[in-house]
Write a new protein. Structure first.
Length: 572
C-alpha cells in the first residue's frame, strides 16, 4: 500500500521582507568597513608616533636642532660654546667585509682615546646595525680612517655643539640633552635665548674671564692633588657688580664628552653643595656686632682665658692659642672661638638671624643657575646656636653664599646677587644695604690685619693688599661630624684699600703633608691657593701691584699684643 507524505509548502517572502534583509546586510558591511578603517588609522598613527620618536633620537634631527643655537663667549669675546660643522665616523657592523681584528687594531692606533683594540673589536662584531666610532672628528682623522678601506665604515657631516675650552668653566656652562636643548648650567638658563632665530646670531657674553678661570682651575687643581682632597671649589667675584669672573668646581667634567662624567663630576660644588664653613663666619659676626652697636670700641676685650661652658656644651680654642683676654682685632687675628662666642652672645639670636637673612643664608644662592642647593638653617636658635653659628658651625651654606657675603663686607656694605652674565657699566643690580659704610671700612682694616698678622698670612699676594679670613671646620656627616675630615676655606678680597674682587678657595677633606708639618687647616692649603691666584690674575683684572700702597690700619695696630717672641697663629 502506498503511503503519501505531505511536504511543507515553502513560505513566500514579501518584497518588504527582502528589502529589510538587504538593508541589514548593508549595515553590517558598513560597520565592518568602519572597524577596519579604524584599525588602519590606529596602525598609521602608531607608525607616525614611532617615526616621531625615532626622529627625536636621530642624529640628523638633533643636528638640525643644534644648528640654530647661538654661541656663548666670555666677557672679552673668547668662545666658550659654539656650533660647528664636524665629521662623524661610524660603522655598520653587519656590513663589515674585512677582518674585524685587523680593523680594530688599526682603529685603536688611530683613535686611542675611544678605547683599546678589544673595545673596537667588540663594537665591530656586535649585533648592532649602526655604531658611532668618533664624533667631531678632524678631516685628517677622517682621511686616515678612510684609508683603512673598509666599506662598512662610513663618514658624514653633522652639526655639533663644541666647547673649545674643554673642561674650563664646565659647571657654569653646562651641556645639552640628546634633543639639542640645554640640560644644565647657562646652556639651560639661556636655552630659549640661544634657540631664538631672531637673537641667536648675536653671541651671549658671560661674566667669566677665561684667563682668570684658567688660573683658578690650575691653582685649585694643584692644591686638590697635593692635599688629596675629595672635592674643591673656587670663586672670583666682582664686589661692585656681583659678576662671577671665575667659577671652579672639582672634580670637573668635559661637556664635549658628558657621557663619561659621573654624579660627582657633574655636581657644581660652588652652588650645589652646602658646608659648615667654620671661622670664615667670624668677620660676619663681628660686623654684626659693630653695626648693631654691641661693639663700639676695637679696644674692648673678651675673656678667652679658658674654654666656655654653656650648658652641656664646651667651646674651646685651638691648642697653643693665647689664653688671655682678647680685643676685637686680636679675636680675629687669633681666630678665637671663645671670644667670638662671647661677642655673639651679646649680639643675640634676633640680630644674628637678621644679618644672616640679609646675606641670603636662609635661601638658595641668588644666581641664574638652576643647579643650587638650599642652606641648612638651624631649626631652633638656642643660646649655643647663636654662639656656634658665629664661628661657622651649625649652619651650612654654599661657597657662593660666602663669596657674596664677603663682597658686601668690603664694598661699602651692599649685598648684590651674583650673576654669570656680563654686566654693562652702570647696570649693576641695586642690591640691599646690610651694613653701614663705616662698618665696612672697619672690616676692611680687620681683614687686612688677619693676612698681615694672623691665620691668613699665606694668602698674601705681594703688592695686592689682600685681606681675608681662614676657616676650618670638621666635615658634617649624618648624625654628627667626622673628626678625621675637615673643610678648609679661605675667603679674601683685594686690594683692601679699594676692594674690587673677592677670591674664595675651598678644599673638602684635605690631608696634611710633610711640607705643612701635618697641618691640614685652611691656613696651610686654601690660603696659598688664593694668594697664588691673585698674584697671577691681579694685573689681568686691572689691579696694578704696588708695594708702597696699603690700607691705613694705624689706629688699630697699637691695640695688638706686642709680646716678644709671641706665637704666630697657624690654625683656623
Amino acid at each position: 500500500m502506498t503511503v503519501l507524505v505531505a511536504r511543507p509548502v515553502p513560505e513566500r517572502r514579501s518584497a518588504g521582507q527582502r528589502h529589510a534583509l538587504v538593508a541589514t546586510a548593508h549595515t553590517r558591511l558598513m560597520m565592518l568597513m568602519v572597524l577596519f578603517g579604524a584599525a588602519v588609522l590606529l596602525v598609521i598613527a602608531r607608525l607616525g608616533m614611532l617615526g616621531v620618536l625615532s626622529s627625536m633620537a636621530d642624529p640628523q634631527a638633533v643636528a638640525a636642532a643644534i644648528a640654530g643655537r647661538g654661541d656663548i663667549v666670555d666677557r672679552n669675546g673668547a668662545p666658550l660654546a659654539r656650533t660647528i660643522d664636524a665629521w662623524t665616523i661610524a660603522v655598520h657592523p653587519k656590513k663589515l667585509i674585512g677582518d674585524p681584528s685587523d680593523i680594530a687594531s688599526k682603529l685603536s692606533a688611530l683613535m686611542p682615546e675611544g678605547g683599546d683594540q678589544a673595545h673596537y673589536y667588540a663594537v665591530l662584531t656586535s649585533n648592532r646595525n649602526f655604531a658611532y666610532l668618533q664624533r667631531r672628528a678632524s678631516p685628517a682623522l677622517v682621511e686616515q680612517v678612510n684609508a683603512i678601506g673598509e666599506p662598512g665604515i662610513v663618514f658624514d657631516r653633522e652639526t655639533q655643539r663644541l666647547y673649545p675650552q674643554s673642561t674650563m668653566a664646565s659647571h657654569a656652562l653646562g651641556f645639552l640633552s640628546t634633543d639639542g636643548h640645554g640640560m644644565s648650567g647657562m646652556e639651560r638658563v639661556l636655552d630659549e635665548r640661544l634657540t631664538n632665530p631672531a637673537l641667536n646670531h648675536v653671541p651671549v657674553a658671560l661674566s667669566l674671564d677665561t684667563r682668570v678661570q684658567a688660573a683658578m682651575d690650575s691653582e685649585l687643581n694643584r692644591a686638590m692633588t697635593t692635599f688629596g682632597a675629595r672635592a674643591a671649589a673656587g670663586v672670583v667675584l666682582d664686589v661692585d657688580t656681583g659678576e662671577v669672573i671665575a667659577m671652579t668646581s672639582l672634580p670637573f667634567f668635559n661637556p664635549n664628552r658628558v657621557g663619561m662624567a659621573g654624579t660627582e663630576e657633574l655636581r657644581n660644588s660652588v652652588t650645589q653643595s652646602v658646608y659648615e664653613l667654620g671661622s670664615t663666619f667670624k668677620p660676619i659676626a663681628m660686623a654684626t656686632a659693630i653695626d648693631t652697636g654691641v661693639v663700639t670700641s676695637m679696644a674692648r676685650r673678651f675673656d678667652a682665658t679658658h674654654p666656655l661652658q654653656v650648658g652641656r656644651y664646651t667651646i674651646h680654642d685651638e691648642r697653643g692659642d693665647p689664653k688671655r683676654w682678647l680685643n676685637i682685632p686680636e679675636t680675629l687675628i687669633y681666630s678665637s672661638n671663645v671670644a667670638t662666642s662671647r661677642v655673639a652672645d651679646e649680639v643675640g639670636a634676633t640680630k644674628m638671624q637678621t644679618m644672616f637673612r640679609k646675606l641670603g643664608f636662609d635661601t638658595r644662592p641668588d644666581i641664574e643657575l638652576r643647579e643650587k642647593a638650599r642652606p641648612l638653617w638651624p631649626k631652633y636658635w638656642a643660646r649655643t646656636t647663636v654662639m656656634t653659628t658665629a664661628f661657622g658651625h651649625g649652619i651650612a651654606v654654599t661657597p657662593l653664599h660666602l663669596a657674596s657675603a664677603y663682597a658686601a663686607l668690603v664694598n661699602g656694605g651692599t649685598w648684590r646677587p651674583a650673576t654669570l652674565l656680563k654686566v654693562e657699566p652702570g647696570h649693576a643690580a641695586k642690591g640691599r644695604r646690610v651694613i653701614s659704610e663705616a662698618t665696612s671700612a672697619r672690616m676692611r682694616q680687620l681683614l687686612r690685619l688677619i693676612v698681615l698678622r694672623g691665620t691668613g698670612r699665606k694668602g698674601e699676594a705681594p703688592g695686592y693688599r689682600v685681606g681675608g679670613k681662614t676657616g676650618t671646620a670638621e666635615a658634617a656627616v649624618a648624625g654628627g661630624y667626622d673628626r678625621s675630615r675637615n673643610v678648609a676655606t679661605f675667603a679674601a678680597a683685594f686690594p683692601m684699600d679699594a676692594p674690587r674682587y673677592v677670591v674664595l678657595a675651598m678644599l673638602d677633606s684635605p690631608n696634611g703633608t710633610k711640607e705643612t708639618g701635618g697641618w691640614k687647616t685652611a691656613a696651610w692649603n686654601a690660603a696659598p691657593v688664593v694668594g697664588r691666584t691673585i698674584s697671577r690674575v691681579g694685573s689681568m683684572l686691572g689691579v696694578i701691584p704696588d708695594a708702597n700702597r696699603d690700607i691705613d690700619v694705624s689706629d688699630i695696630t697699637p691695640l695688638l699684643w706686642q709680646e716678644p717672641g709671641a706665637k704666630q697663629p697657624t690654625g683656623q
